[in-house]
Design a protein around this ligand. Structure first.
Ligand SMILES: [Zn+2]
Length: 286
């Protein structure tokens, strides 16, 4: 199919059925992403990914440069892109050094362009950014920071959401309002259950300890919490997770669920107020 598509422009018969078929094949060609998790600093995950058809190699939120360049070198992958979700130092700290070493293109949130070192391409809500033969849909998701974005590769079922949504948690509300944050999380929640959530930190075990204090009777949450404890005891990563399991167990995605509302003493409450209450409880949870 790929060979047929490659020669399509050379076929000499205008309007010929075979040519139309070939062009359709080109248009619907699908691809994959090979995604590698690189743990850096105390609990950050940097995601290195390759789109095999084009050879495009992207780094999502490079906190640092050295370990990322080393991993890419080891795999003989040439870094072509950096995709930033927000401006925090543990997400952009490696930008300039990686760009200097590779000449890559830096993509980041338009609303935060002044705070993204070396930014080349500004993207905003609803944009579709072409990464090799794959495509990311951009979601503007303020709350943790005022300019935060997420990259949703729908076809490859990969969501890179930085510090907006964590496994069993969400980011601290540094620059946003509960209304903004709840709206952002609700939009991510609307994505399909089988999307994988590639967040930027290994916070899952402490998030689980908090989550079970909110929803004491959520059987799926209790089971997940036990599985997380077992994984961490073996030193295993708990990220990526599945969006479907976040929907079923993450209290920050469940502020409109009666059990969560009742658990924080706000039965029938406004989801924004319930979200704010859960977020506040987490801020002071020890
Ligand atoms: Zn952050």
């Amino acid at each position: 199919m790929a060979i047929l598509a490659e020669f399509a422009p050379l076929l000499p018969w205008p309007g010929d059925g075979r040519r139309i078929t070939a062009l359709l094949a080109l248009h619907t060609m699908s691809t994959t992403l090979d995604i590698v998790r690189i743990p850096v600093l105390s609990d950050n995950y940097v995601w290195l990914m390759r789109e095999p058809q084009s050879g495009a190699v992207g780094v999502v939120d490079p906190a640092v440069a050295g370990p990322i360049l080393a991993e890419a070198e080891k795999r003989r992958w040439k870094i072509t892109h950096i995709l930033n979700t927000h401006h925090h130092g543990d997400h952009v700290g490696g930008n300039l050094e990686i760009k200097k070493a590779t000449g890559c293109t830096i993509v980041g949130p338009r609303q935060d362009r002044a705070r993204i070192p070396g930014i080349d391409v500004e993207v905003d809500d609803g944009d579709r950014y072409r990464f090799g033969e794959a495509e990311a849909e951009i979601f503007f998701v303020p709350g943790h920071t005022s300019g935060h974005i997420a990259y949703a590769f729908r076809e490859q079922k990969a969501l890179f959401c930085g510090d907006t949504l964590f496994a069993l948690g969400c980011g601290r509300m540094f620059e946003g309002t509960p209304q903004q944050f709840w709206t952002s999380l609700s939009r991510l929640r609307a994505l399909p259950d089988d999307m994988r959530v590639y967040c930027a930190h290994e916070y899952t075990q402490s998030n689980a300890r908090f989550a079970v204090t909110v929803e004491r009777d959520n059987r799926k949450l209790i089971e997940r919490s036990a599985a997380i404890d077992a994984a961490r005891a073996k030193g295993e990563a708990t990220v990526p997770s599945l969006l479907g399991e976040e929907k079923a167990t993450n209290p920050f995605l469940r502020a409109d669920v009666p059990a969560v509302q009742a658990a924080v003493g706000m039965a029938g409450g406004d989801p924004v107020a319930v979200f704010a209450e859960v977020r506040q409880r987490k801020d002071t949870f020890r």
